[in-house]
Write a new protein. Structure first.
Length: 142
């Protein structure tokens, strides 16, 4: 029956007393820093992300002061880069792809497009060239 006891037992507590802590010295340092203009917000209690937010605010103030973050020239350069990329994709890329497609086709010698073999025994078609300047040319299809 060791689980239930009428007496409440407390967990072991750690009784830590710092050896080298001097509250007067801490107060002096705090006052000196306050007089120098450092650590004005140390009187508040720590909240998570406090130091990150202060660094971020200082960085934003520095950028606003120097005009670094909002440069119009940077925006123009970025816009021109996007335009050049779009031009490359629209004009040059299809031609490059056509070159690569031609390279992949098997080489079958010079291409001849429906050229008939010469037949020396075929009848010769004579086309008259007897028109005068200003005459109308009639095209007759057979």
């Amino acid at each position: 029956m060791s689980f239930f006891s009428p007496y409440k037992r407390h967990a072991n507590k750690f009784n830590y007393k710092p050896r080298y802590y001097d509250p007067d010295r801490e107060e002096r340092e705090r006052r000196r820093a306050e007089l120098r203009g450092e650590r004005l917000d140390d009187t508040e209690e720590y909240t998570p992300g406090k130091y990150i937010r202060t660094r971020q605010a200082a960085r934003e103030a520095r950028r606003a002061e120097s005009g670094e973050g909002t440069s119009r020239m940077r925006m123009w350069v970025l816009g021109m880069g996007v335009m050049l990329l779009a031009l490359f994709i629209y004009l040059i890329l299809p031609r490059l792809m056509a070159v690569f497609e031609m390279a992949q086709e098997p080489a079958s010698g010079p291409r001849q497009e429906s050229v008939e073999e010469f037949n020396p025994y075929a009848p010769i078609v004579v086309v008259p060239n007897d028109y005068e300047e200003g005459d109308q040319i009639e095209i007759v299809e057979e």
